[in-house]
Design a protein around this ligand. Structure first.
Ligand code: THU
Length: 131
């Protein structure tokens, strides 16, 4: 799949966003090593802290279906007049991307550009898996 197509899938995933509290729909699409693509969108909750971001929904969707490594991930937020960083993945999602990516994984932020996980989360926390 071409990168542009992955961005379109991320944009389309916004259509299913459940974001009545923020009115900020986010979409994500991950292409895994297998070549399969999984999408996700942000899902909010009246207990605000239970909200989950689009990136993590997409990644957990892939992992829960037997996938292991992210080849590419695209994320799409609504354009805002404010800071360009309102388009960037949050810190929690960066740590989750780090868990399932490689140094070559491409992170495309719609309207901003392409990044590697080391750009977005240098010195990501890691711990040796037990066995
Ligand atoms: N959000 C994401 O889906 N991904 C991010 O990386 C940042 C924030 C969502 C969470 C919440 O539903 C809304 O955007 C406003 O914070």
């Amino acid at each position: 799949m071409k990168n542009d197509e992955l961005i379109i899938q991320a944009r389309d995933a916004k259509d299913f966003s459940y974001s009545p509290y923020s009115n900020f729909p986010v979409g994500a699409a991950v292409e895994m090593d297998s070549g399969k693509v999984f999408t996700g969108t942000n899902i909010e909750n009246a207990s605000y802290g239970l909200t989950i971001c689009a990136e993590r929904v997409a990644i957990f969707n892939a992992i829960s279906q037997g996938e292991s490594r992210i080849k590419r991930i695209a994320v799409s937020c609504p354009p805002t007049e404010g800071s360009a960083n309102s388009l960037m993945p949050c810190g929690a999602c960066r740590q989750v991307i780090a868990e399932f990516s490689t140094p070559a994984t491409i992170i495309t932020v719609d309207g901003v550009g392409e990044f590697k996980i080391n750009d977005l989360l240098p010195q990501a926390f890691e711990i040796q898996p037990d066995q």
